[in-house]
Design a protein around this ligand. Structure first.
Ligand SMILES: C[S@@+](CC[C@H](N)C(=O)[O-])C[C@H]1O[C@@H](n2cnc3c(N)ncnc32)[C@H](O)[C@@H]1O
Length: 361
């Protein structure tokens, strides 16, 4: 690690050549990631996972897409070693071992969901470059499809594990939810976790607040389709939030670090808990110290997301810009400063990028 951070003596030609090779690999990886994002959005991975070795024409027809574009995409996938190619027959195949982490409901989780973050970074490059020059921030509306991507992301890390590994972190909470309590999800986005809880626990009452109108509108449509009567969703800026002793259970899923004032939000969430209430908080699990994050899962991706999204979003609200990698240490310290008691920290096998805190009022 010291060598990575400090080596700066003389000029080592072989090291320079090796590094240039690494940069080439990085460029290739970035390009493959953007192509993966397209593969995810067009459904090409799902199409291919159900097919025997097939020509570009057969794959394009099965996916109802243009053959010329599909063929070029396939070439990027073959050279990226994602798809295999038989030059005799001109057929392509997505091996089942690769489909296992690139398709919806894949057994290893769908990593292609995260490739969309890479594609968005390119889309907002000009805007973020301007922020480098002005020091100003951005707003949610400037990120195309943000809530759709976030909802797919948390669909895997939160909603998929909600009843098997997440709610059990808060001892006794499922029994209380079954009896009927008031629940708040702060910064709920498209609210898939809240909706899943509302379906499972019909005697409890669920509230979801989020800053963004489009996310709440999407969530409200889902609630309407499911015919749920125990959930209230509202477009609401949580800055200055104050609802004294109203909820027995409060959750926030990846929604604290990019707030204008995370500590003030935590204070107000504690005040909003009834005596005996429980706060369950998911946030990014990296360390506050850069040197501890060199081997953290997808650390470069998280710092990059921080640079183009979480930091400018917070700065854009007049906030501190703590960034995605504010660190579990900062989160834990703030929970203490906010007055939470019996703060317990957990990591979950299915969600290596995040940390989970359970805290009492
Ligand atoms: C990273 S997203 C997480 C969304 C959702 N919890 C999920 O897991 O899919 C953070 C969410 O916090 C919301 N948010 C950020 N600042 C907010 C504020 N001041 N008031 C209310 N919501 C806010 C954003 O609109 C966004 O939906």
């Amino acid at each position: 690690m010291t060598a990575i951070l400090e080596k700066e003596h003389g000029f080592d030609h072989s090291a320079a050549e090796a590094f240039a090779g690494k940069v080439g690999d990085l460029l290739d990886a970035g390009a493959v990631a953007v192509m993966m994002s397209i593969g995810h959005r067009t459904g090409l991975f799902e199409t291919m996972s159900g097919m025997p070795p097939s020509t570009s024409g057969e794959i394009a027809a099965a996916a109802a897409l243009s053959e010329r574009y599909v063929r070029e995409w396939l070439a990027a996938m073959v050279t990226g070693r994602v798809v295999t190619y038989d030059p005799e027959r001109r057929t392509y195949r997505l091996p089942p071992e690769h489909a296992a982490c690139l398709t919806r409901n894949a057994p290893l989780g769908n990593l292609a969901v995260y490739a969309q973050h890479i594609a968005i970074m390119g889309a907002v490059q000009d805007r973020v470059q301007a922020c480098f020059e002005t020091g100003q921030g951005t707003s949610y509306g400037e990120y195309p499809c943000f809530h759709q991507i976030m909802s797919e992301d948390s669909g895997q890390t939160v909603t998929a594990g909600l009843f098997t590994s997440i709610l059990p972190l808060a001892e006794g909470i499922e029994a209380r939810l079954s009896e009927g309590i008031d629940v708040l999800d702060a910064g709920c986005g498209r609210a898939s976790a809240l909706i899943a809880m509302a379906e499972r626990f019909p005697r409890s009452r669920f509230t979801g607040y989020d800053l963004c109108q489009d996310a709440i509108a999407f969530a409200a449509e889902t609630v309407r389709e499911k015919g749920l009567g125990n959930i209230h969703l509202e477009v609401r800026d949580l800055t200055g939030f104050d609802e004294e002793k109203r909820y027995a259970f409060i959750t926030s899923f990846d929604a604290v670090h990019d707030q204008r004032d995370p500590l003030e939000l935590l204070r107000s969430l504690r005040r909003a808990l009834r005596p005996g209430g429980v706060y369950l908080m998911q946030d990014i699990g990296g360390s506050a110290r850069l040197e501890n994050n060199l081997d953290f899962p997808m650390a470069s991706l998280l710092y990059a997301v921080s640079c183009v999204h979480c930091t400018p979003i917070s700065l854009g609200q007049g906030g501190q810009g703590l960034g995605t990698m504010w660190g579990w240490e900062t989160a834990e310290q703030m929970l203490g400063e906010a007055g939470f008691r019996e703060v317990r920290r957990h990591t979950l096998a299915h969600d290596p990028m995040n940390v989970w805190f359970v805290a009492g009022r």
